[in-house]
Design a binder for this molecule. Sequence first.
Ligand SMILES: [Zn+2]
Length: 470
Amino acid sequence: MTELPTIPQINTHKNHILDPMKYFEFRLLRLCLVFFAVSLNVMSNQALAQLDTTKYALVGGLLIDGSGAEPVRNSIVLINGNRIEAVGTIGRLAVPEDYQLVSTEGMTLMPGLWDPHVHLLYSGHPDFSHWFATYSDQFANVTIPASAHQILMAGVTSVRDLAVNTRDIARVRQRIEEGELPGPTIYAAGAALMPIDVLQTMPHIIPIDNDRKAVNETKRLIADGMDFIKILGAVPESQNMVNAIVRTAHAAGIRVTAHGRNDDEIRVALIAGVDEIQHIGVDTPTFPEDILDLIEQRIASGIPLYWNPTVGMILNTDELAADPEWLDDPKNFLDLPADMELDIRQAIARANFNVQPRSASDTIKRKLQSLSERGVIMVFGSDEGSFGHPASESTWRELETWVFELGMSPLVAIKWATSDAAEYMGVGDEVGTITPGKLADIITVTGSPLRHFSTLREPAMVFKNGVRVR
Ligand SMILES: [Zn+2]
């Protein structure tokens, strides 16, 4: 029998397990701090723009706070403006009169999910060239806003977009922050830097053909407000350019993530010192020795190495091909024009899903295990928007794959896709757990995902920054 990988249990941020009394005291302490913070009027412009004057009391449900702590029954969560004001239990925390009571009986509350690997400009269409040739002028006003709306309705309140037209994502992000469009909080890499001379026509990719351009384009992305730098398609000949990108980004305090579907990409990325690598390829059964050596050297240096495997991209293809009923679900086409919907549905129905053999699962487990053993830290992310991965479904499908196929415990999976992701993005003090003082990004699902994880596919309620959007 294949041993299940224990990667995320080992290599995520540390668990904060507190006993119930400590837990309660901890919350009381935080509550005092919150009042102090609010009295100082410490609020960002973004928070003010989205301030909802309704005060909510979510009463009765099972609380999974996202920290990895054991769930708490009969919970009460008070939301005041855009912040979580207090967290307690029935009989121990009073609900003030002016709060709108929302029963969460029979439900589980958890922090809004994160998807740190999305592509909001796609909508699951299998033919990238066709997508860009036909719809590029509609990314900013149609496809990115539609994906943002869809993914928010799926309970994902924060995303990181890795490869998108810089100006388009900046514009949509601003409109969401101003409350003009529904959508998650967006972190973005903008256009991906591709250090070989191809794909010039795609607006979400910046071709790089010399070191000077590598430096200048990296600086430009950072000046445009991008939160990460993404490298795509590195080859051995581009090593110096990739080195220049990483040096430039790190000098500005910005992290770099690199596509790593094949060994060449991974090798170049590790030599250059990127912070994170995406994907687990199944073309080779194991990582070659020299790559494992590079990983060991990196870990020994004390600089953490992150990996975003996106296993659903590979392991879900059989389901997507064999049970295409999901293609008829209207939520996957929310806000898209009818002709675009028809185009996507027909193209997916015609497409070859490249169904992977069962051995792909073993390969992924083996590779994850070898990364885990060496101390690599896993980052959640689904590659939303890619072929067959619509915004409404991609995130929970990826999480489900980790739970059902790779043996991750549901509680760890929820922590991984909430507080760990927020910590990784450097905003763990603001979001990622249901904790007094943090922004009120909260979802509820029917029943308990600890018993029936698939309940995550259909959130009952979604609050973003204290605003109920579902
Ligand atoms: Zn991707």
